[in-house]
Design a binder for this molecule. Structure first.
Ligand code: A3P
Length: 338
């Protein structure tokens, strides 16, 4: 008997509305598996492959020594991952530079998005295929990794194992959705997953209509916000990291019960400075440059600004955003720091 028969995945699964399927078809390249299903009461959007991978993930065994960094995409994941890893690994900058962040911190749910045949056909050669495999390991490999495991996920807490917070440390990072959507747009261009003609405004429409994977955005953030006082949860804002990184480093070290000197903080902040980070081959995905997958006009680490959205929103979108944010913050005391 296969073990899968005992696994529970107690979520209602709905088909995406037909008009929305059409909209998605007109927006995304076929290299990414199409998002056609909504999971659970909040209706998180994923490809149908998530029925399988989501179940594996939901049932994975969590170890007390695990460390999770969880975010809605483009909210400050990479930054936080590196920061946390260095504090927990005795500031081993050498190891950090030798081992890509994506290998140190496998990205849990990545496997569901690839159309492997399409992708393989696009990749330039065997070497790059090996690099891809190392940087984007399949779920099973992540689950069997040796301790201590560092795991990156964009899944909302409700779709992660129910015992997660009671077992290990979890960092959740949130960011103003207007900066998130700009960053997500550029990232989608970087990954070449958008069809021609999908401009920022069209992408914004997708975002506020919950038509991007991991959407709805606010439900994602609010789930974590509700758990912010759990002793194993550290809830961070991108805006706070940006405004006072030193204070955030101290807060993170305290949460991890790690002593940290002023000198160590100084060096760490310098290491994490966006100008250095952009050039850091261990975090910037330069190792996939030759893959043929990525758009050379874009980059993984980009501007790193708070409020950069103002250059992208016209008056109509600004008003739309105001309304959308207000509606979604009505039932919560969550506020994004300015
Ligand atoms: P922008 O596209 O607005 O520049 P994630 O790591 O969750 O994918 O988030 C990516 C966003 O974080 C990008 O935002 C990226 O530039 C920014 N970022 C990454 N490293 C950073 C750093 N060291 N300092 C400031 N911002 C950083």
């Amino acid at each position: 008997i296969m073990a899968t028969t005992n696994k529970s995945f107690p979520f209602e699964i709905r088909d995406v509305e037909p008009e929305q399927v059409e909209k998605l078809k007109k927006s995304f390249q076929v290299t990414m598996n199409p998002c056609t299903l909504r999971f659970g009461p909040k209706g998180y959007l994923f490809p149908r492959e998530f029925e399988h991978f989501g179940k594996e993930i939901y049932n994975m065994e969590i170890r007390p020594s695990d460390t999770f960094v969880v975010t809605f995409p483009r909210s400050g994941t990479t930054w936080t991952q590196e920061l946390v890893w260095l504090i927990l690994n005795n500031f081993d900058y050498e190891k950090a530079s030798e081992t890509p962040l994506s290998v140190r911190y496998p990205y849990l749910e990545t496997e569901m998005f690839f159309n492997h045949n399409q992708m393989s056909a696009m990749l330039n050669g065997e070497n790059i295929k090996k690099t891809m495999e190392k940087n984007m390991p399949p779920v099973q490999k992540i689950l069997n990794m040796a301790s201590p495991r560092y795991i990156k996920s964009h899944l909302p807490l409700s779709l992660l194992p129910p015992k997660l917070l009671d077992t290990c440390k979890v960092f959740y990072v949130a960011r103003d959705p207007r900066d998130v959507v700009v960053s997500f747009y550029h990232h989608s261009k970087f990954m070449n997953i958008l069809l021609d003609g999908v401009d920022f405004k069209a992408f914004w429409e997708l975002f506020i209509n919950d038509l991007l994977p991991w959407a709805p955005f606010f439900e994602h953030v609010k789930e974590a916000w509700r758990m912010r006082n759990h002793s194993n949860m550290l809830f961070l804002f991108y805006e706070d990291l940006s405004k006072d990184l030193r204070a955030c480093v101290r807060r993170i070290a305290k949460f991890l019960d790690e002593e940290i000197t002023e000198e160590q903080i100084e060096k760490l902040c310098e290491h994490l400075n966006i100008d250095n980070f952009k050039k850091n081959k261990s975090v910037n995905f330069d190792n996939l440059n030759d893959s043929g997958l990525l758009n050379e006009k874009e980059s993984f680490i980009r501007k790193g600004k708070v409020g950069g959205w103002r250059d992208y929103f016209d008056e109509e979108m600004t008003e739309q955003a105001d309304r959308w944010i207000e509606e979604n913050l009505r039932d919560t005391d969550l506020r994004f720091p300015q």
